[in-house]
Design a protein around this ligand. Structure first.
Ligand code: NAD
Ligand code: GLY
Length: 373
C-alpha cells in the first residue's frame, strides 16, 4: 500500500492507495477517525458492487452505518439531491463529529462532499473513489460542488476530507471508456508536472491498460502525490492550482456546447489538451519534438470523434461563459516543455478559432485531433 499525505496543517490528511486493501479499513480508519455514526453515500451502479463490502468494513471499524444511494450520473449533482441527502443525514441522527463517506466516482464525491461541507456547517468526510478519474483527481484537494441549471459546478465549497481511500480493486468493474477518460487526467499530470510519469506511461501503456497492480499503484500514487503538492501550495486556486486546468478551458467549452451529452469529462479534456498543445506550438513556446511526443501519447488514449456539425461559434460562446475567465479574458494553460506549463491570457481569438475548426472538421492527416485507430 502507498501512503500520500496532503499537507494542509491542521487539515492535513492521508491518501491510502493499493490493490485489495479493503481488509485494512477497520484498522486504519479507526486510527484516523473516531468511530460513531456514518452516512455512506453511493450511486445505483457502485453500491450493488461495493456497498456491502464497505458497510462490513466500516462496521468492523466500529461505525454504525446507514446508506443513501443516488442515481448514477451527472444528473445527481443537484441541490435537490443534496437536499435528499440532508434528510438522510438528519434521519440517521448524524452529528457534527460523525462521518459522511462517498463511495463512487466524481459525481458521488462532489455531491457528498458538498453535503458534508454544509450539513451542520461541516461534518467529517471521507472519500472512497471508484473511478480512475476520481482516484487521481476529484477525490483529492477538497473541491466539492453541485450543478446549477445555468452551469456546471457553480455551487460548491472547498472542503477537505479526513482521508481518501483508493481501492484499486474497484477499477476491475469500471467500463473501459471510463477508464480511458480517467487516463486522460493521468496523462495531464505528466504533461504539467512530470516528464518521468509521462515516460513511464508511454513505456508501459499495455500494462497500464491491463491494470497491472504494481504499475497502477505507482501511477495513481504519483498522480495523487503531484496533486497533493499543488493543493498544499495553493489550496484555493489563487495561482498555481490553475495548472490542473490544463486542457480544461477548451474541454469544458466542448462539454458545455454539447450540453454534457457527448463526451465523458476526460474525453473532452483530452481534446482540450491536444488543442492546447497546438496552440502552444503555434505560439512558438513549445518545440515540435515535444509537441509530437505529446500528441503520440494522447493518441494512445484515442481521441473521440468531434461532435457532429457543431459550429466553432458555439464552442467559442461557451468559452466566453467559462467561470475560469479572469477580468474578461480567457485563461489557457499551455505547455512550454513536457512537465512544465504556464497560464496565458493573451491568445489571439483567431488562433483559438483555427485549432477549434481543425478539430471540429475532423482534422487533416497527421493532425492529432483526429479519431484514432
Ligand atoms: P461518475 O461519478 O459519473 O462515474 C462514472 C460512471 O461510472 C457512473 O455511471 C458510475 O456509476 C460508474 N462507476 C463508478 N465507479 C465504478 C466502478 N468501480 N465500477 C463500475 N462502474 C463504476 O464520473 P467520474 O468521471 O468519476 O466523475 C465526473 C465528475 O467529477 C464530474 O461531475 C466532474 O465535475 C467531477 N470532477 C470533480 C473534480 C474535483 O476536483 N472535485 C475534478 C474532476 C472532476
Ligand atoms: N480538478 C482540478 C482541481 O482540483 O483543482
Amino acid at each position: 500500500m502507498r501512503l500520500v499525505e496532503v499537507a494542509l496543517a491542521e487539515r492535513s490528511y492521508p491518501i491510502y492507495i493499493g490493490q485489495n486493501i479493503w481488509r485494512e479499513i477497520p484498522r486504519l480508519w479507526a486510527e484516523r477517525l473516531k468511530p460513531g455514526k456514518v452516512l455512506l453515500v453511493s450511486d445505483e451502479t457502485v453500491f450493488p458492487l461495493y456497498g456491502r463490502r464497505m458497510v462490513d468494513s466500516l462496521q468492523q471499524a466500529g461505525f454504525a452505518v446507514k446508506s443513501a444511494v443516488v442515481p448514477a450520473g451527472e444528473g445527481s449533482k443537484t441541490l435537490a439531491k443534496a437536499d435528499q441527502l440532508y434528510s438522510a443525514a438528519i434521519l440517521a441522527g448524524l452529528e457534527r463529529r460523525d462521518l459522511l463517506v462517498a463511495l463512487g466516482g466524481g459525481v458521488v464525491g462532489d455531491l457528498a462532499g458538498f453535503v458534508a461541507a454544509t450539513y451542520l456547517r461541516g461534518v467529517n468526510f471521507a472519500q472512497v473513489p471508484t473511478t480512475l478519474l476520481a482516484q487521481v483527481d476529484s477525490s483529492v484537494g477538497g473541491k466539492t460542488a453541485v450543478n446549477h441549471s445555468l452551469g456546471k459546478n457553480l455551487i460548491g465549497a472547498f472542503y477537505q476530507p479526513k482521508l481518501v481511500w483508493v481501492e484499486l480493486d474497484t477499477l476491475v468493474t469500471l467500463p473501459q471508456r471510463e477508464y480511458l477518460a480517467g487516463a486522460a487526467e493521468v496523462i495531464k499530470y505528466g504533461v504539467i508536472l512530470s516528464e518521468a510519469l509521462l515516460n513511464l506511461l508511454a513505456a508501459r501503456w499495455q500494462d497500464f491498460l491491463a491494470k497491472e497492480p504494481e504499475l497502477l499503484t505507482a501511477v495513481v500514487g504519483d498522480c495523487c502525490a503531484l496533486k497533493a503538492a499543488v493543493v498544499a501550495a495553493d489550496e484555493r486556486e489563487a495561482g498555481l492550482r490553475a495548472i490542473l486546468n490544463f486542457g480544461h478551458t477548451l474541454g469544458h467549452a466542448l462539454e458545455a456546447a454539447t450540453a454534457y451529452g457527448h463526451y465523458l469529462h476526460g474525453e473532452a479534456v483530452l481534446a482540450g489538451m491536444a488543442m492546447a498543445v497546438k496552440l502552444a506550438l503555434g505560439k512558438g513556446i513549445l518545440s515540435s519534438e515535444d509537441s509530437a511526443r505529446l500528441l503520440e501519447v494522447f493518441g494512445r488514449v484515442g481521441l473521440v470523434a468531434p461532435p457532429p456539425a457543431l459550429p466553432a461559434a458555439d464552442v467559442l460562446a461557451a468559452l466566453n461563459r467559462d467561470k475560469k475567465r479572469e477580468a474578461g479574458k480567457t485563461v489557457f494553460i499551455l505547455p512550454e516543455a513536457i512537465g512544465r506549463v504556464r497560464a496565458f491570457d493573451d491568445l489571439a481569438a483567431e488562433a483559438v478559432r483555427q485549432v477549434l475548426d481543425c478539430y471540429l472538421s475532423g482534422g487533416t492527416a497527421g493532425d492529432l485531433l483526429r479519431l484514432t485507430d
